[in-house]
Design a binder for this molecule. Structure first.
Ligand code: ZN
Length: 450
């Protein structure tokens, strides 16, 4: 273990010294080694994860791909940036564009629809796998209210550490995943796929993703499962868009990281990129044996450890090449990922069981009729009575002034009563909106205090 720690120290001191020069595509292996060194009690979880891969990659060359069920997973993006970084990607409007293009890339690449498959070398073509997982923006929040499927959190932090956090596991960009450290709290991670868009403090690291298995397995915080990716590699660059990292502007950092989320290892195995060996393996039956990572855009073929036909499958999403040079998951990889969400034994199965979260909530404002509610006297000198002819209980009443500012909110003494009196005599004279929030919906009326 000592030599591994030394190697990690070198890798990370390298990142510090070259901070803006060196791009580190992913630190999944480095994170896992550090986590297991600190918490050897988590090793059984990692062993179980690798056993899960072996069980579900049951694909033998020449056989047809196992049938995979189509599933859709609710996604929420937590964009946690300071105001300078937010401006660099075009502010709120830029975020909205990136959310859309990122979702399109995910649904394309995880459903066998990328045109890049035409460029797969002939020797690998028959191995191309369709994962059959779709992603949808969540439109209902955990509290039942509506959401566009992303939130922008303006932080004072300039970057979050990948391996030296201060809360939670203190690793895997943990500080980005808790509001108390200037990040954003996960939404119920058993129902939502949480994705954090951040800057990292150690330099140009593109992504990290603790897989669902580690959260389910116990010990590792469930609130930290899910990818955190560099904000300049979020989404696919459009014709007039700026603020992307060259080579990593096709939205595929997240494709790679979600491979980890659904339990895949790197194609060369589980040792850190660059220090790999020919004995280590990713556990997938139909990926060629590979020593270590490839970068940029290699020329085919590159001979591999075992001199198998075609050599290294560097165009696989679980290698480290440029976005434009990625072309495929294999059938074996697709089987593992699909089983992870569509099989009840899969770690991420619960994410496929909440399709209602993809819909906007429907109850608010649709049940209560205007004529059901009367507020009198109006104008009033202070005390008002709300008469409710609907059977829905009144939960609370919110008063806003003409500037839209909430000035007071009061709960009724008996929510089930048909008549509720409130004293507003402390408010200045003027026009106000009274929002009555019932269990079945909301109704707003204007009143005048004189
Ligand atoms: Zn990776």
């Amino acid at each position: 273990m000592k030599h591994i720690l030394l190697a990690m120290a070198l890798v990370f001191s390298g990142i510090d010294s070259y901070s803006q020069m060196t791009v580190q595509r992913c630190v999944y292996d480095e994170w896992k080694e550090q986590a297991l060194a600190k918490h050897p009690e988590w090793m059984p979880i990692e062993k179980q994860r690798q056993a899960f891969i072996n069980t579900h990659t049951l694909y033998e060359e020449g056989n047809a791909q196992k049938s995979t069920a189509a599933v859709t997973i609710p996604v929420v993006f937590h964009i946690v940036l300071n105001s300078v970084q937010l401006n660099q990607i075009g502010g709120a409007a830029g975020v909205a564009l990136r959310v859309d293009s990122q979702m399109a890339v995910l649904n394309r690449d995880f459903n066998g629809m990328s045109l890049d498959q035409a460029g797969i070398p002939t020797v690998f073509k028959s191995l191309y796998g369709n994962v059959n997982i779709s992603f949808g923006l969540a439109h209902t929040k955990p509290n039942g209210t509506s959401t566009p499927g992303y939130e922008i959190i303006t932080t004072t932090q300039s970057g979050f550490s990948v391996l030296s956090g201060t809360v939670g596991s203190q690793q895997a960009a943990s500080d980005a995943k808790y509001s108390i450290t200037g990040g954003a709290d996960a939404w119920d991670p058993t129902r939502y796929l949480n994705i954090w868009i951040v800057n990292f403090s150690e330099g140009t690291i593109l992504g990290i993703c603790p897989p669902m298995s580690w959260g389910i397995g116990g010990g590792f915080p469930m609130a930290e499962v899910g990818p955190a990716i560099h904000y300049k590699t979020f989404g696919k660059q459009g014709p007039s868009q700026t603020g992307f990292l060259t080579g990593y502007n096709g939205g595929r950092t997240l494709v790679h990281e979600l491979g980890h989320f659904f339990e895949l290892s790197h194609i060369w195995g589980n040792t850190p990129a660059g220090s790999g060996n020919c004995l280590d393996d990713d556990g997938i039956a139909d990926t060629p044996q590979q020593e270590k990572d490839n970068s940029n855009c290699p020329t085919f073929p590159i001979a591999n450890c075992t001199n198998s036909a075609g050599g290294e499958m560097f165009m696989n999403y679980m290698d480290y090449v440029y976005d434009a040079c990625y072309k495929m998951f294999t059938k074996g990889q697709a089987n593992v990922m699909n089983a992870d969400v569509s099989s009840p034994a899969g770690y991420a199965f619960s994410l496929s069981q909440n399709p209602h979260l993809l819909q906007f909530p429907t109850s608010v404002g649709t049940v209560i009729e205007e004529s059901d509610v009367t507020i009198f006297p109006n104008p009033t000198t202070g005390v008002i009575t709300i008469l409710n002819n609907d059977n829905s209980p009144l939960k609370k009443m919110v008063v806003t002034n003409i500037l839209g500012q909430s000035v007071t909110q009061l709960a009724p003494q008996d929510p089930l009563s048909k008549s509720h009196s409130f004293d507003l005599s402390e408010l200045p004279k003027g026009v106000y909106s009274v929002q009555c929030i019932f269990a079945n919906g909301t109704l707003t009326k204007k009143i005048i205090i004189q």
